[in-house]
Design a protein around this ligand. Sequence first.
Ligand SMILES: O=P(O)(O)OC[C@H]1O[C@H](O[C@H]2O[C@H](CO)[C@@H](O)[C@H](O)[C@H]2O)[C@H](O)[C@@H](O)[C@@H]1O
Ligand SMILES: O=c1ccn([C@@H]2O[C@H](COP(=O)(O)OP(=O)(O)O)[C@@H](O)[C@H]2O)c(=O)[nH]1
Length: 502
Amino acid sequence: MPRRSPLTGKDGYDLVVVSNRLPVDFTVDDEGHVDWKRSPGGLVTALEPVMQKSDGAWVGWSGAPDLEVDPFDADDMRLVPVTLSATEIERYYEGFSNDTLWPLYHDVIAPPAFHRQWWDAYRRVNQRFADAAAAQAEQGATVWVHDYQLQLVPRMLREQRPDLRIGFFNHIPFPPLELFQQLPWRRQVIDGLLGADLIGFQRAGDASNFIRAVRRLTGYTTRGPIVTVPGAEDRPSRNVRAAAFPISIDSRTFDELARTPEVQARSREIRADLGDPECMMLGVDRLDYTKGIRHRIKAYGEILQDGRIDVEHVTLVQVASPSRENVGAYQELREQVEGLVGRINGEYAEIGHAAIHYLHHSYPPEEMAALYLAADVMLVTSLRDGMNLVAKEYIAARSDDRGVLVLSEFTGAADELAGGALLVNPHDIDGMKDIIVAAANMDVREQRKRMRRLRRRVLADDVSKWSESFLGVLQAMPSRDTPRTHAPSRPTDEAPAEGEGA
Ligand SMILES: O=P(O)(O)OC[C@H]1O[C@H](O[C@H]2O[C@H](CO)[C@@H](O)[C@H](O)[C@H]2O)[C@H](O)[C@@H](O)[C@@H]1O
Ligand SMILES: O=c1ccn([C@@H]2O[C@H](COP(=O)(O)OP(=O)(O)O)[C@@H](O)[C@H]2O)c(=O)[nH]1
C-alpha cells in the first residue's frame, strides 16, 4: 500500500513515474545494510520539479539483483523499488531489452536476438512494474512510463486502472515498419503502447514510424497523429496521440557548472596534461555500437595516415564509459575499439604525444564539463541515437562561444542543431574525414557565429520545458473512463506547441 501523502492527505500519488532504473544507486555493505545515493540522471532533473509540485512517486529497479528494499522517501519523492532476480536481469534487461529491442530499434546495427524465454521474462517484469504503479496511483492520477524496457506497461496498467491518465515516452528511436515487423511479438508491443493516452518520441520521424506500424499491424483508424483504439466489450473507443517531444538537458545548470572556477581550472589542467595541443578533439559515449566510435576512430586514423594532421598538434580524447558488459555485442565492440586504438597509437604516437587518449571510465558531471570546455572539437558520430545529450551538454558548457560540434545526421539532436553543427554521415568515412579536418581548422569568427546559434537553441529548450510540455498535453487529454477532475486547457486534437504530430 502507498503511504498517505503528506501533501494531499490522499492514499495515493497524483503523479507516478515508471522507469527501468530508479534515480538512485544502492550499495550493500558486508553486513547486508542497504544504503542509497541519488544518481544525477537527466530524467530526475527533468521530473523533480513536477514531482515535488504534484506529490509524486517513482517506480523503478534498484539496479542490483534480488535486492528487496521497501518504498522510501527521498527529496520529497516516494521511491518504490521493484525487485528483479538475477535470471530476470539476464532475460528481461540484458536479453530482451538490450539484445533484442535495442539493436532492432537502432537500425539493426547489430543483429537482434529473438528468444521466447526472454520475451516471457519481459512480459512478467512489465506486469510487476504495472502492478507497482497501479498500487501507488491515486484515483484519476497521471502515470508517466519511460522507455523501451517497459512498452507493455501502459496496457497492463489500463486493464487494472482505467481511471488513470497514462503517458509513455520512448527515449530511443522507433524503427521503420520494415525492421519492426521482424519482432515476433510486434502486435503485443503495439497493443501495449496503445494502452497510453499519449506516446512521446524524440523525433517526428519516430512518431510517423509508429503510426505506420499501427496502421499496418492493427488496421485501426489513424488520423494524423491520432489512433482510434476500438473499445473492448461495452467500453467506448479511445483516442491515442503519438507526437514528438525532443528531450533536452538542464542547460542553465550545466552552463553554470562550466563557469565555476574549479571546472575552468580543471579544463586548463586537462589541456596542460595533454601537452597543450593546438587542437583537442573529444568523443564521449557509452561504449555502445550505436555510437559510431569505430567509424570515428577509423576516420581519425586515416587523417593521421594522410598527413592532414599530426600528433604534435592535434590529439583525440575518447571517453568510452563501460556499458552493458554482460551482453556479447558490447564485449566484441570493446575488443574491436581497443584493438583499433592500440594499432593507431602504435603507428602514429610519439613519446609525449599520444594519437588517442582512450579512457574506459565513467566520469561525474564536473569532469564532463571540464572535458567539454577543454575540447576544440566535439565528435558525435552515432550510427543511430534517440537524442544524444552529450551534444547538448557540450553546447551548454561553451559560454565562451568557442568550439565546433561535429554531429551525426542520425542523432535526434541533429533535427534541432543542424543550424550550427557540422553534420556528418558516419558511414561516409571520406566525407567525415573532410569535415573533421574542417572543424579543426575553423576560424574563431565562424566558431562564434555557430556556437551562439547553438546556445540560443539549447538554453531556450531545456529539460523542464520538455517535461512540462509532455505533461501539459497529457493532462489536457480527455479521459473517457472516469469523469474529469481538471478542466482541459487544450482541445484534444489541437497540435501541441513543442510536440510535432506524426
Ligand atoms: O540504463 P543503461 O542500460 O545503462 O543505459 C543508459 C540509458 O541509455 C539510453 O539513453 C537514451 O536516452 C537518452 C535521453 O533521452 C537519449 O539522449 C539517448 O539517445 C538514448 O540512447 C536509454 O534509453 C535509457 O533507458 C538507459 O537508461
Ligand atoms: O563518463 C560519463 C559518460 C557519460 N555521462 C553522461 O551520460 C549521458 C549520456 O547521454 P546520451 O543521451 O548522450 O547517450 P545515452 O548514453 O543515454 O545513450 C550524458 O548526460 C553524459 O553527461 C557521464 O555522466 N559520464
